[in-house]
Design a protein around this ligand. Structure first.
Ligand code: URP
Ligand code: ZN
Ligand code: ZN
Ligand code: ZN
Length: 493
């Protein structure tokens, strides 16, 4: 047999196993795994020697905002396009992203929104990609389109309990959960109580407390915890699977853990910002703290980080995503006014668009911290995302004859030494990283997308051509779904 590519001498790590295998790739798929030395390198068109580095399924980032209009406060449109965001992604070892197709309250049709988002992505991506519908207006038309969405390969959506442009009432959330449950769609929920944090913001502004650090004051943990608990209650009532996105609060995590212990199909996501940033990062001279403004906010201390690490290790968190939501710190379009700097009209935290870039740094900052068993790292950064969002086992694992040949190949441990992360290393269209100066000891050495080398850090960097990424139609989640034992027989609705 001849192969297109052999990856030899790697330590192959999947969510279930760690072993020395050589990997053979043909026609974009994983063809074979064999013990070292069995496969004949002379029969391969190309050979990569991993030199003992980890070989993992390509990273999957299922929480990425690209080319979205101003929905998250402030006036900023997210600064990464599908082109620049997926370019950044591939250079950081992530081969598949699921971005949002945002439905503002002014557009009744989700199919229209999906089509518009396809048009923005098509031909522009460096990674494989799909979309979650971001449902801002779950009216009759939108809800009636759910079956068609499933036919078009969309099996998840996101809803919000905050942000004026997107916030849903509880009855609207029930509408979405019921329709989702019927179609086998997973509902992602942004759990913060928008009414409470708006009230808090108003009170702070009355006292002229405008600095970025008051963003955190305006939404303390209880704002997240209450909404998380309510989301769980609504999901239990409808017996519908949910994923609570970007969890930052240990007490919210405890509620999620409790729901899981009761056997509910309640899943949770966290992000590197909640492992590495604190409220103190919002408290910097000038308006620099704006660079770390996201919602929920970074929490108080390393104790909070510790609780999130524990939740990753013990399975409370199903996935670790970036929540890449990039905004320029300085606005190069106008040359003068800044989107999130102190020049913003009144220079107040409530005018800062919420979100941080991180699609390129997600894997490296987390692996460099050396806090998770390697298999757990693969599980939360790739495999579980594939399972939860209906990409498995085409994506998220290394199954011969089945999986796409998407691989992230790391340096042999110790080979890179330590180095400081700087924004100049990154490939996004953002003028900062919230992780500037962080000490890292790993970075993806090679990224392989469907058998093609798309990133070679020491040999030219980005090798992929724009447009090499394809849309992936997704099936249903393969994680446990409805229990069919709710108090309500939802099939009656
Ligand atoms: O602050 C955040 N998280 N911005 C991104 C939008 C969202 O809610 O995920
Ligand atoms: Zn081929
Ligand atoms: Zn959110
Ligand atoms: Zn987000």
């Amino acid at each position: 047999d001849s192969f297109d590519l052999l990856v030899i001498n790697g330590l192959v790590v999947t969510a279930s196993d760690t072993a020395n295998y050589d990997i053979a790739i043909k026609d974009g798929k994983i063809a074979l795994l064999a013990p070292p030395g069995v496969l004949d390198v002379k029969k391969a068109t190309k050979v990569i020697d991993a030199e003992g580095g980890y070989v993992m399924p390509g990273g999957i980032d299922c929480h990425v905002h690209l080319e979205e209009p101003a929905l998250f406060g402030g006036k900023g449109r997210s600064s990464d396009t599908f082109e620049t965001g997926t370019r950044s992604s591939i250079c950081g070892g992530t081969t598949t992203i699921v971005a949002f197709a945002p439905q503002p309250k002014t557009i009744p049709s989700l199919l229209q929104v999906l089509e518009d988002t396809h048009a923005r992505a098509r031909g522009n991506c460096y990674t494989d990609y799909s979309f979650h519908l971001l449902v801002g207006y779950p009216g009759e038309q939108a809800l009636s389109e759910f079956p068609r969405l499933r036919e078009l390969g969309i099996s998840s959506l996101k809803i919000y309990m905050t942000y004026a442009a997107l916030q849903l009432r509880d009855d609207e959330i029930l509408d979405v959960l019921l329709a989702s449950r019927k179609e086998g769609i997973t509902t992602m929920i942004h759990a913060e109580n928008g009414d409470v944090l708006n009230w808090m913001t108003k009170k702070l502004e009355e006292r002229r407390l405008f600095a970025p650090k008051y963003h955190a004051t305006s939404r303390p943990q209880i704002v997240e915890t209450e909404a998380t608990n309510r989301a769980i209650a609504l999901a239990e009532l409808m017996d519908a699977p949910i994923l609570v996105v970007h969890v930052s609060s240990p007490s919210a995590a405890a509620h999620l853990r409790n729901a899981q212990t009761r056997g509910l199909p309640v899943y949770a996501e966290t992000c590197p910002q909640y492992l590495f940033l604190t409220r103190g990062d919002l408290d910097k001279p000038d308006f620099e703290g704006a660079k770390c403004v996201c919602s929920p906010p970074p929490r108080e201390s390393s104790d909070d980080h510790e609780a999130i690490w524990i939740g990753l290790a013990n399975g409370t968190f199903t996935v670790l995503s970036s929540d890449h939501c990039p905004f320029m710190y300085d606005d190069y379009e106008t040359g003068k006014k800044s989107i999130i700097s102190k020049d913003y009209p009144e220079g107040r935290f409530s005018g800062i668009p919420n979100g941080c870039p991180g699609v390129e740094t997600r894997l490296a900052v987390t692996l460099s911290a050396n806090r998770l068993p390697l298999q757990k790292f693969v599980e939360v950064t790739s495999t579980n995302a594939a399972r939860l969002y209906g990409l498995y086992p085409q994506k998220g694992t290394i199954l011969p004859g089945v999986s796409d040949a998407d691989l992230t190949i790391w340096y042999p441990p110790g080979k890179l030494g330590t180095f400081k992360l700087t924004n100049s290393m990154l490939h996004h269209n953002v003028d900062y990283t919230p992780f500037e100066g962080m000490e890292l000891n790993q970075w993806p050495r090679y990224t392989i997308l469907r058998g093609e080398m798309v990133w070679d850090r020491d040999g030219g960097g980005l090798l992929a051509k724009k447009g090499c990424g394809k849309f992936v139609a997704r099936g249903k989640s393969t994680l446990p779904g409805p229990r069919k034992q709710g108090e309500w027989d939802v099939s009656a609705f």
